[in-house]
Design a protein around this ligand. Structure first.
Ligand SMILES: [Zn+2]
Length: 214
């Protein structure tokens, strides 16, 4: 196994499309195991082949916690077949060292792929879990799409990129996600309203209990 060099934002290979993996050759197996090692060496939760300069439809993910047994998942020729419920996701990418920003994702996805033995599997990830977000992030890499293309606020994202000496958003790559944005904002407004209501109720309860003590 070997730790590979990770391509940085700005390098062309991140924008290129990838080809289907045919036979799962020893070369592909080695690439996948090297990618897992590279992901661990960089404390990442996911890594796609284009990020190590290989234009294959292949990515690896491990969302296990530090105190858990490592659980690397390999996705060969993945395809997201279902997605629902837009949400905000605060994320980064190993090709954007240090930079994090708010992007649009779906809370629930169903992905079909093959494992390294060539066995097909279907995986469902829900509730805006790290796995659900990572599957979308890594699948995007295979289409030459980067997380900043989903940015909710281009000024905030450009500030963050500049802070980490990375190129700005490529405006022509920004995705039109107005419908997703509207849904996310409605959900966020409801959450903040519920939060306010809870605080108010807590204050009333506190005032009542203080009164009782006097
Ligand atoms: Zn990434």
């Amino acid at each position: 196994m070997a730790v590979l060099r990770i391509v940085r934002y700005g390098e062309d290979v991140l924008r290129q499309s990838t080809k289907e993996v045919g036979k799962i050759s020893s070369k592909i197996k080695k690439l996948a195991t090297d990618m897992i090692e590279t992901m661990y060496a960089n404390n990442g939760v996911g890594l796609a082949a284009p990020q190590v300069g290989e234009n294959y439809r292949l990515f690896v993910i491990d969302v296990s916690e530090e105190n858990e047994t490592p659980n690397p998942l390999v996705f060969v020729n993945p395809k997201i077949v279902k997605k629902s419920a837009p949400i905000n996701s605060y994320e980064g990418c190993l090709s954007f060292p240090g930079a994090y920003t708010n992007v649009r994702r779906y809370a629930n996805v169903v992905v079909k792929a093959k494992d390294l033995k060539g066995k097909p599997f279907v995986l469902e990830a829900e509730d805006g879990s790290l796995l659900a977000k990572a599957i979308q992030h890594e699948t995007d890499h295979l289409e030459g799409i980067l997380f900043v293309d989903h940015a909710r606020n281009r000024f905030e994202t450009n500030n963050e990129l500049a802070k980490h000496e990375l190129p700005s958003i490529e405006d022509d790559k920004l995705l039109n996600e107005d419908e997703m944005e509207t849904i996310i904002q409605v959900v966020e407004a409801k959450a903040s309203e519920a939060e306010k209501q809870k605080k108010l109720e807590e204050e009333v309860a506190k005032a009542a209990s203080t009164e009782g003590q006097e």
